[in-house]
Design a binder for this molecule. Structure first.
Ligand SMILES: NC(=O)c1ccc[n+]([C@@H]2O[C@H](COP(=O)([O-])OP(=O)(O)OC[C@H]3O[C@@H](n4cnc5c(N)ncnc54)[C@H](O)[C@@H]3O)[C@@H](O)[C@H]2O)c1
Length: 275
């Protein structure tokens, strides 16, 4: 078998809603170009149970075991675990696709240096927002403003550090209420579970200090809505994405999972469409 015919060996860390969906997609949709070789979860049973769905012994003993088997690792765990996982993968000169983007944004420069040293690559899907393609192109010129407005039902913000600190009574909200307005860096700390999109938008555009984030609790909506407004020398871009929730996890948008699949498709297929 020539180098060109070799399948990309893929390992998944985190076998929750996103990891499981991606595992199924690799086995059913990308089996010509890619092979699922390993699964790891801090909850060993989750990796084992997912593995038996494919009639294979894919559960890894530990993270290092998975990294050694894979060419590409997909991280789908949680924000505070992501940085350590990404660092280990890159240190072993393997490529990684990152889903818990909010967890790595503060370490972006350090990881960038590591990719250069180790000749490894990081892939970050657009996730639950639209407009990253235009933003990436526009950022090669001059960008004047990037604003993200995220609207979610009030209960989606339960337990967020900002809500707890400000003692906001989410059950009392009966009309659209701006909970937070600040830069992406502050938003990620204030709403760490809600704000992967702000991290991705910042990295594609003008960075977390300059990207403005507005978070709105809206009692009248059932879908999470992300609106993006970009002003640049190349023109004005406005996008609005109304997300349907993932059937296996109401905290995750279905589009985020499909976006990860689309990124995988870009990696595996010879024709790449979009910026
Ligand atoms: N980029 C985006 O647009 C986007 C959108 C939605 C979700 N996400 C993020 O993707 C990640 C996964 O989301 P999900 O819905 O699949 O979550 P989930 O809770 O369904 O699954 C996460 C899994 O990771 C495992 N895990 C936790 N810590 C781990 C560790 N240190 N090592 C190995 N496994 C570990 C958990 O046991 C769990 O099985 C989350 O961080 C979420 O915020 C990103």
């Amino acid at each position: 078998m020539s180098e060109k015919d070799k399948k990309l060996k893929i390992g998944i860390v985190g076998c929750g809603a996103i990891g499981s969906s991606l595992a199924k997609a690799i086995v059913s949709g990308f089996s010509k170009e890619g092979e699922l070789v390993s699964l790891y979860d801090i909850d060993i049973e989750k990796a084992y149970n997912l593995s038996i769905k494919f009639n294979k012994k894919l559960a890894a003993l530990n993270l290092e075991d998975l990294i050694n088997k894979a060419d590409l690792v997909i991280e789908a765990t949680k924000a505070d675990a992501a940085f350590d996982i990404v660092k280990k993968v890159l240190s072993l000169s393997k490529d990684i696709m990152i889903m818990s983007v909010g967890g790595i944004i503060q370490h972006y420069q350090e990881l960038k240096v590591l990719t250069e040293e180790k000749k490894a690559r990081i892939f970050i899907p657009s996730g639950a927002i639209c407009g990253i393609d235009g933003l990436k192109a526009a950022s090669l010129g001059k960008i004047n403003k990037v604003i993200l407005t995220t609207r979610k039902p009030p209960r989606a913000f339960l337990g967020a550090p900002y809500v707890l600190k400000k003692k906001i009574r989410l059950d009392n909200i009966d009309k659209d209420t701006v909970l937070f307005e600040g830069n992406a860096s502050q938003a990620i700390k204030a709403f760490p579970q809600n704000i992967n999109v702000a991290a991705t938008l910042s990295m594609a555009g003008i960075g977390p200090e300059a990207t403005i984030v507005r978070i709105v609790a809206s009692p009248t909506i059932s879908r999470n809505i992300h609106e993006i407004e970009i002003e640049s020398d190349a023109g004005k871009i406005i996008t609005r994405t109304e997300n349907v929730v993932h059937p296996d996890n109401p905290k995750t948008s279905y589009l985020a999972v499909l976006s990860a699949q689309a990124t995988l498709k870009q990696i595996l297929e010879p024709i790449k469409i979009g910026t």
